[in-house]
Write a protein that binds this ligand. Structure first.
Ligand SMILES: *Cc1c(COP(=O)(O)O)cnc(C)c1O
Length: 351
């Protein structure tokens, strides 16, 4: 266990927080944060303290050149009132893969997990109890050098924030294939959870929103033909009796929910393929009546069903209420988290 200095706020206001009427996701924070500094080539000053602003020099390297990465994960209560984390080791490893790509220092996996456990333990009363709710955990690393110049920072901060999050509103989503704008290119930063990917998506996303769509379906940058992912989720299709998801080709984010779904569906006996999947194949399968389910996969929603997909003006509609595989996957992951079925892959970790 890493040694963490803890400074608590004078008086918690958690008892005043209305868990039945939470603000929209992202707006409410708990009362403490974890912070560590990377100085002289090592991580030090492990500290949990009251949530507070950072002080940054205007030349802070993150602000100018985007050397920053993050993660998104959740803590829950099982049905037996045991607080747990979902696949924390996999989140730690992905954080370090993102760090590597962005020329940032890795964080020892035990420090990543100890920091999160210590913070969640302190904020235990902030974990919402309602079904589908969770404490969202946002680990973040930013560059701290104040030097104008395109080179890796020598100093960094690792921060963990926690946010109570209500049940994800699970209506089906409409998608539009992005024919002109791309999210990621092989050799680029698509595999990293780094700010630039999200900043770059805002403009095309707004265009799609103005046209009435909920999310964009990203295609490959070279031919604008092969499916990558949607918004900030990976994507699955059921074509005939086969579950197909785009392969991890260097531009697709390595989703942990994606991995969970592939694992549990294969185990159930479904045929699952990770491969190139073109929009032509999708339109063809739809015309033949073989495109049965489309759903996104990510930590926020677990599974987000798609009821409409627009590819180049061809509108395809789906009866998302009849999706069986999407429901199976979602219920399975929920049941593992609630502790009502055996955790045979070791996905949950007690806090
Ligand atoms: C985080 C993220 C995902 C989903 O990853 P999970 O580990 O399943 O939450 C998918 N795509 C993008 C672009 C993401 O940022």
């Amino acid at each position: 266990m890493n040694d963490i200095k803890i400074t608590k706020i004078a008086k918690s206001r958690v008892s005043d927080f209305d868990f039945d009427n939470m603000p929209p996701f992202g707006h409410a924070f708990t009362e403490h944060m974890f912070v560590a500094d990377y100085i002289d080539g090592e991580w030090k000053n492990f500290e949990i303290k009251p949530l507070q602003n950072l002080s940054l020099h205007p030349a802070n390297l993150t602000l100018h050149y985007g050397q920053t990465i993050f993660e998104g994960m959740k803590a829950f209560f099982t049905n037996d009132n045991e607080p747990i984390l979902y696949r924390p080791l996999d989140h730690a490893k992905r954080f370090n893969r993102s760090a590597h790509r962005m020329s940032m220092p890795e964080i020892p996996v035990d420090l990543f997990i100890d920091a999160i456990k210590a913070l969640v333990k302190l904020e235990i009363n902030w974990i919402p109890k309602a079904v589908g709710s969770a404490l969202y955990i946002r680990p973040l690393m930013i560059a701290m050098d104040d030097v104008v110049g395109v080179k890796p920072s020598k100093t960094y901060k690792f921060i963990v924030l926690t946010l109570p999050s209500g049940p994800y509103y699970n209506r089906a989503l409409s998608l539009k294939a992005s024919m002109n704008y791309v999210r990621a290119v092989k050799g680029g930063i698509g595999e990293a959870k780094t700010a630039g990917n999200y900043g770059a998506s805002l403009y095309p996303f707004n265009l799609a929103k103005e046209m009435g769509y909920d999310q964009l379906m990203w295609l490959d940058a070279k031919e604008h033909k092969y499916v990558q992912e949607i918004g900030t989720m990976n994507i699955f299709f059921v074509i005939g009796d086969t579950v197909v998801t785009p392969m991890l080709d260097g531009a697709v984010l390595h989703g942990i929910t994606r991995n969970s779904i592939i694992t549990l569906l294969k185990d159930k006996g479904y045929k699952v393929e990770e491969r190139l999947l073109s929009i032509d194949e999708l339109m063809d399968a739809y015309d033949k009546g073989e495109l049965k389910e489309v759903f996104g996969a990510g930590t926020a929603a677990i599974v987000a069903k798609i009821n409409k997909l627009d590819i180049n003006g061809k509108i395809m509609e789906f009866d998302s209420d009849s999706f069986e595989i999407a429901d199976y996957a979602k219920n399975y992951i929920n049941d593992v988290r609630k502790g009502v079925i055996e955790d045979k892959y070791g996905w949950i970790e007690k806090i």
